[in-house]
Design a protein around this ligand. Structure first.
Ligand SMILES: [Zn+2]
Length: 458
């Protein structure tokens, strides 16, 4: 069994494989991932793409080597955002796809997002891949490797979706991530005035980190919107599967606020449809979906969970607080931030109301940011179990689809274990400050009762 390959166990994560180059992740790992995935996939062709990180081309070459050694044919779609690879999985005749990307992580990280037979390959699938490699049970064969230029086809598909309207002034920020070139080409295809910041793909991220959920990463975009008198600004994360938006006044619209806008547009066409968001989202979103005649569904955080739930419920739209947005309405149900941007532009350009006015119409709440505090992997389960036990005994109203989300007369609080880090994540939301204080106190009590010293909840 000289072929057996052991991965650093920390890289086999819930939603993807991810590690630090030269520490926990190497080209030998990429080759083994190719051989193992190729073995599991069986017959057929695999599409492969990669992001702009310095380590990505080397990992890609090794991955392709592994896939072809397992007998799979490979079609490389080249450098681009993750949704371009997902799109290739639908547009090309392939069995599955692998995207090499470190997403929004620091430059020395990299990883693999996988899809097989149009479903996310995650959780148990990833563990099984690790097991297969450890046992060296690789298939062997001699697959072929070819390339296809996907970028223009992908941008064509995005541009096709634009439905026109009043000309807009839009600032874009690709954060030097893998969506840079696609963003530049898409903006060039749209009417109106467009200014694209940091479109040059650079894996050292010289301007700011490509993570639009962190407000400081949106400062350049806010400045560009102000300088240009733009209608709105749109930012993408490092691999283009998460979106960040600011309105004409430079105010950030979070994932659950953007979802209110997309939900309205989709439900107009599809009355009564299921619309999904995750447990971190505002109650105002779920209420709004119901008021629009839709069926709100709260589900687990994590793009793989959301994609599977969409397929199961035939929901035409889903979106997470984190900025992953999934349209199965006129599209394929995967998270594509560039596509979501076009659908937002359709709403804004198609009406007279500025984005800022839409934001002002939304029900106002006060909430905590996402609070994260350390908790070891071993402690997560007992802590969460103790919290649930206590809520049950108290007859509390809660949902346990992902951690616990407790609803009281004041609003709600959430406590869940992160699937990707040794942390617990908490959040609370109320209609007013007094209510929020009571919710934070209840959360702190729950933690204390479970034997955790509550962090400063602000
Ligand atoms: Zn991403």
């Amino acid at each position: 069994m000289s072929d057996a390959h052991r991965f650093d166990p920390t890289i086999l994560r819930e939603y993807d494989i991810r590690g630090v180059i030269g520490k926990t992740l190497s080209e030998a790992d990429a080759r083994a991932i190719g051989r193992a995935f190729g073995t599991i996939a069986g017959a057929g062709t695999i599409a492969v793409g990669y992001d702009g990180r310095l380590s990505s081309p080397g990992l890609e070459a090794a991955l392709v080597e592994g896939l072809t050694a397992a007998g799979r044919d490979v079609v490389s779609v080249g450098l681009g955002p993750t949704p371009m690879l997902y799109y290739a999985c639908y547009a090309l005749d392939v069995t599955g796809g692998i995207m090499i990307t470190g997403s929004h992580n620091p430059p020395d990280y990299n990883g693999f997002k996988m899809m097989l037979r149009k479903k996310p390959f995650f959780a148990g699938d990833i563990q099984a891949l690790g097991q297969l490699a450890a046992e060296g049970r690789f298939a062997s064969g001699r697959g072929t490797a070819s390339t296809v230029d996907m970028l223009d086809r992908y941008v064509d598909r995005l541009a096709q979706e634009f439905t026109g309207g009043r000309p807009l002034k839009v600032a874009w920020d690709a954060g030097n991530g893998a969506a840079g070139e696609a963003t530049r080409r898409l903006a060039a295809r749209l009417p109106g005035e467009h200014r694209v910041l940091f479109a040059e793909i650079d894996g050292t991220f010289p301007n700011h980190h490509p993570d639009p959920t962190v407000p400081k990463n949106l400062v350049d975009l806010q400045q560009a919107v102000a300088d240009g008198g733009c209608d709105l600004g749109i930012a993408f994360d490092g691999d283009g599967d998460r979106i960040g938006v600011v309105d004409g006044q430079g105010r950030i619209l979070w994932g659950d606020q953007l979802m209110q806008i997309w939900a309205e547009a989709v439900l107009k066409e599809r009355p009564g449809a299921v619309v999904i968001s995750d447990v971190k989202a505002s109650q105002t979103l779920f209420d709004r979906i119901a008021a629009l005649g839709g069926r709100p569904l709260m589900w687990k955080t994590g793009h793989s969970h959301i994609k599977n739930k969409m397929a199961e419920t035939k929901a035409p739209l889903a979106g997470e607080m984190s900025g992953h947005v999934f349209f199965a309405d006129r599209y394929y149900g995967f998270d594509d931030a560039l596509y979501a941007a076009v659908r937002l532009l359709n709403v804004v350009a198609g009406g007279d109301e500025p984005l800022a006015a839409m934001r002002d119409r939304m029900a106002a709440t006060v909430n905590t940011p996402e609070l994260r505090f350390p908790c070891s992997e071993e402690a997560k389960r007992p802590v969460m179990a103790a919290v649930v036990e206590r809520l049950k005994a108290a007859g509390a109203t809660y949902s346990d689809v992902d951690g616990v989300r407790v609803t009281t007369a004041d609003g709600w609080w959430l406590l869940r274990a992160s699937n990707t880090q040794d942390v617990l994540v908490a959040r609370a939301e109320s209609s007013g400050e007094a209510g929020l204080s009571r919710l934070k106190a209840a959360l702190a009590d729950a933690l204390r009762a479970a034997g955790i010293v509550p962090p400063d909840l602000g």
